[in-house]
Design a protein around this ligand. Structure first.
Ligand code: GLC
Ligand code: MG
Length: 425
């Protein structure tokens, strides 16, 4: 990735449904814990890759439903589509690799003959992926007979069964593992192979990820039978693969700790954030910490103490200003004062705050310009501001943290409110 000038410290390649995203956790707590950990400690020197079975259409739907970070690379449709960055620029080189011994029409001609196969929705049929539903007890036989007849028709395909219901047919060279291996080769050619890679999954289409050389792997605690079975047969003695004790994103955090891949304590698990001592100034950590305090303050998860406001004022420049997304400018100190009346105003409500793509740039010997997206979910409404903050370490010691000098926010076009009166920071 162009953003990184050196090898990434860590590349996380994670499946989404039931791995990064826990569909049984309406509060998304483990996902939010992972988000805070990633943004505070990894975003600027590491790579986040989502690798999902979903097509671009269903992937975008999931992004609207769940508080997910923006990955550096998105691999969709079971490793058949690779895109980069916010704009999701496709990797056309990868598509070319997939045309070998593949013909979608022939695949459908053969699958049409099998009555036990039910076609998935039109959105999930992609240029290099044909997807069906099939009952668990039929899956093995159908896979075997399909393999044989497609081979006879000159194709070389890979058939994957996932989640005890989904059957995908892909070109042999496709799959989540091949897509990752392709990326690894690309990075290697640029001299930027990540120092460590952690792959994370829960179901059949993730097995492929665990076969990529030199990766660490975590099967989350809630992994499907088909993945555990695959592991028992092919990878049982590989110490670089663990079956986590924790579900979904919490299992990913557990694996980071288990393999010593870097910090593994999420700022969300630190109750007294003012106590968290750092060895040097860390603008990303500072941003994460501030917005966690802000969430807790409005939920009454911290005490209603003047001390907090005094501490906040101490880290805001006296002359600092805040440009609200409505265009109104206020003094930072006045903003801190106005927090007093919003203590507990979201108590008992599903209110969450998270930051995404926190990227600090050093702009002077003692100052950083930090750009990020600040999201706020209150009930059903989800708002986001593109935020820039100027932070300075001038005249402070490391123990004091950094001083906020200027904050400027603009509504993200697709997530702006009907009225901006309720938005504080
Ligand atoms: C996702 C896709 C589906 C696929 C399944 C397993 O659910 O939407 O098409 O079959 O992943 O890979
Ligand atoms: Mg999954």
């Amino acid at each position: 990735m162009d953003r990184l000038t050196e090898n990434a410290n860590l590349m996380i390649v994670s499946d989404l449904d039931h791995t990064m995203v826990d569909h049984h956790d309406p509060e998304n707590l483990s996902l939010l814990r992972f988000n805070a950990l990633w943004e505070a400690n990894y975003r600027s020197n590491s790579l986040l890759v989502f690798s999902t079975g979903r097509s671009p259409t269903l992937y975008k739907e999931l992004r609207k439903e769940k508080p997910m970070l923006t990955p550096d690379i998105t691999i969709m449709s079971v490793g058949t589509e690779i895109t980069y960055g916010n704009s999701m620029e496709p990797d056309n080189g990868w598509v070319e690799c997939l045309n070998q011994k593949w013909d979608r029409n022939i695949v459908f001609e053969e699958t049409n003959k099998i009555s036990e196969l039910t076609l998935q929705s039109e959105t999930e049929q992609r240029p290099h992926k044909a997807s069906f539903y099939v009952q668990k007890d039929k899956a093995e036989d159908i896979t075997r007979s399909l393999s044989t007849c497609l081979k006879e028709r000159g194709l070389d395909v890979k058939i994957i069964y996932s989640g005890g219901m989904d059957l995908d047919i892909l070109p042999q060279g496709a799959g989540k593992g091949q897509a990752l291996a392709y990326l690894h080769n690309k990075f290697k050619a640029e001299g930027k192979l990540p120092k460590n890679t952690l792959v994370c999954g829960d179901s059949g289409n993730d097995a492929d990820l665990f076969t990529v050389p030199d990766v660490h792997g975590v099967m989350v605690s809630n992994a499907q039978e088909e993945l555990l079975q695959w592991h028992a047969i092919y990878a049982k003695n590989n110490p670089k693969i663990i079956h986590a004790k924790e579900r979904c994103a919490a299992g990913i955090i557990q694996a980071i700790g288990h393999f010593n891949l870097g910090p593994s304590i999420s700022p969300r698990d630190v109750t007294d954030l003012s106590d968290s001592k750092l060895d040097n100034f860390d603008p990303a950590y500072e941003v994460v910490k501030f917005y966690l305090f802000y969430e807790r303050w409005r939920l009454t998860e911290v005490d209603n103490s003047e001390l907090y406001l005094a501490n906040l004022k101490a880290v805001c420049s006296k002359f600092g200003s805040f440009v609200h997304p409505s265009g109104i400018e206020k003094q930072l100190h006045d903003c801190v004062d106005s927090l007093r009346t919003s203590y507990g105003d979201k108590k008992g409500q599903p209110f969450r705050v998270w930051v995404d793509q926190v990227l600090p740039v050093k702009v002077g010997s003692d100052s950083w310009l930090v750009k990020f997206k600040k999201w706020e979910q209150s009930g059903g409404e989800r708002l986001c501001c593109l935020t820039t903050a100027l932070l300075s370490s001038k005249d402070v010691t490391v123990a004091d943290g950094l001083t906020w000098v200027h904050v400027h926010q603009t509504w993200l076009k697709e997530a702006c409110p009907s009225s901006d009166a309720e938005w504080l920071f």
